[in-house]
Write a protein that binds this ligand. Sequence first.
Ligand code: PMP
Length: 479
Amino acid sequence: MNTSNIIAPPALVKRDQKHDTKAIQKLDSAHYFHPFTDLGDSAQHGSRVITRADNIYVWDSEGNKILDAMSGLWCVNAGYGRKELADAAYQQMMTLPFYNSFFQTTNVPAVQLAAKLSSLAPSVDGRKFDHVFFSSSGSESNDTNVRMVRRYWDLLEQPQRKIIISRQNAYHGSTMAGASLGGMSGMHAQGDLPIPNIAHIEQPYYFENGQPGESKADFGLRAARWLEEKILELGADKVAAFIAEPVQGAGGVIVPPDTYWPEIQRIVDKYGILLISDEVIYAFGRLGHWFAYEKYGYKPDLVTFAKAVTSGYIPLGGVMVGDRVAKVLIEKGGEFNHGYTYSGHPVACAVALANLELMERENLPGRVKDDIGPYLAERFEELDAHPLVGLAETVGFSAGLVLVKNKATQEMFDPALGVGMMCRNHCFNNGLIMRAVGDRMIIAPPLVMTRAQIDDMMVLIRRCLDATLDDLRADGKLA
Ligand code: PMP
């Protein structure tokens, strides 16, 4: 096999270069172990090869143009092809490509970014976020949270407070601590997870867990009180923190009822436990605010971020550290024996600064709040009438769509049929990336999308729903 054109350095790969898809796939399955992938299956069938991107579209090696309604992996909020982000990386690489932040050393982009993030994070009831700890991913950031939370309670001479409560079907990363905090049963089943001192409660998913006749508001309160029950079951003096995503993203865009977060806040306040808001997906505009806790009005002590802080152009993550924790670490802590080589990486921080400036200039959070968010909601409402759709809901600039067998009774399909995957495959084949979480289809498109592009996306979504419906009818799986 001639691999010379595949393994050429990136600078030599021209934008419109023709690709030998088969050769790339062969090399891919021979050498590249992909994340969250059936490795045997992928070796047999070959992966889709994405070669370039612009605005809200990606292209594969066969020249197909695909509307990326998942923003890569919930990252590319500013859209693809933003030259100023590439320029920022280039300039910083030529000035100072790397230096570490250990041993009382710092670098200018990291300082500027920490100050910028602190200025963007709103204070609630006088609680401020004046400090930031940097990592390179959401998973690492949640590991940092575990270390920081336990250190906090140790310093306050309550070392017995170790347990962190999370939720089923939550996603908090793929490291040992991240996967343990997450509530994905498939992940726990591999590698003896969760690690000790992590507990889970059920998620606030009204569609699945609401009882007949129960209002959404009442369900929200009941779901929040599962936290109080768990605290009492474990012993309030043993619980260190509660971690949650504002909206469960990877779990399927699970939107909590409006009553949920205020009740959670009441409970964490009552028992004095720390609140961690994992905003790896929902910070930086996706809910119409810089940070998601602003939308729901709760008061986290720690906020996890990653992904869209650089619009995914370069890895960067971190934790916004609220006053309550920061004060203890600064005044009582001594050395915090924790950190990463790439904490405060100057190039990643420079790209983040350029990205935040761009998002501010183009008012991307404001667009979501006042323009494209409401428009997406309006257009999604129309899908409610589709015979396959049991629920269509949006939050900010993301949406979930539940595919059901029986619209009247909301009966779900047998999971073994893989209806969500059928729909997802139709999407790919029709030039749309929409993700399937079981039979819940989800999107989170770039925040630069126009109304006309939303209209184009809706045509594609409808086409794929119709194609899935046709398949099911042809196979006799649906009347
Ligand atoms: N937390 C949340 C809420 C996430 O959605 C993710 C990734 N999707 C992570 C943490 C982990 O981030 P990473 O993949 O960057 O480690």
